[in-house]
Design a protein around this ligand. Structure first.
Ligand SMILES: [Zn+2]
Length: 140
């Protein structure tokens, strides 16, 4: 029992460190006003639904997009950061994807948990103080 508690708190400390290191959403993606991640967790590779979570990310939230693995004591999880960075870079409003926990991906061990996600991004209104005006602007 003591051992389990110790491993849990180590995981919590690691996650807290990661959150701090990731910085704030407003620093990483200043144009984003809000982001919503709808995540569906599965046992195995979409065998059965474990839980559904909606994660709202605001400018003053941590820009850490490492979702915890739902499997007890698993320290791996799902890192959505690369997909989110790509989406925001191209100014996309939503994206869907899925990922498997790296904790169960050994050659002999099957995927023990996976997640499918839908990301929705809202951007701050375009800043009009850069000299451009909205009216009559046509891309040629
Ligand atoms: Zn896992």
């Amino acid at each position: 029992m003591a051992r389990r508690q110790a491993s849990r708190s180590i995981r919590a400390i690691e996650l807290a460190k990661e959150r701090l290191g990731a910085g704030l959403l407003s620093d990483k993606f200043p144009r984003v006003s809000k982001m919503t991640i709808l995540a569906t967790y599965y046992y195995g590779w979409k065998d059965s639904i474990l839980m559904v979570r909606t994660i709202n990310v605001f400018p003053n939230s941590s820009a850490c997009f490492h979702l915890q693995c739902p499997i007890k004591d698993c320290i791996h999880g799902f890192d959505l950061a690369p997909g989110i960075a790509e989406l925001v870079k191209k100014g996309g409003k939503s994206a869907k994807g899925s990922a498997a926990c790296s904790g169960g991906n050994g050659p002999d061990s099957p995927v023990h948990a996976s997640v499918s996600y839908e990301i929705t991004v809202q951007y701050n209104p375009a800043n009009s103080s850069d000299g451009r005006t909205k009216n009559g602007s046509k891309d040629v």
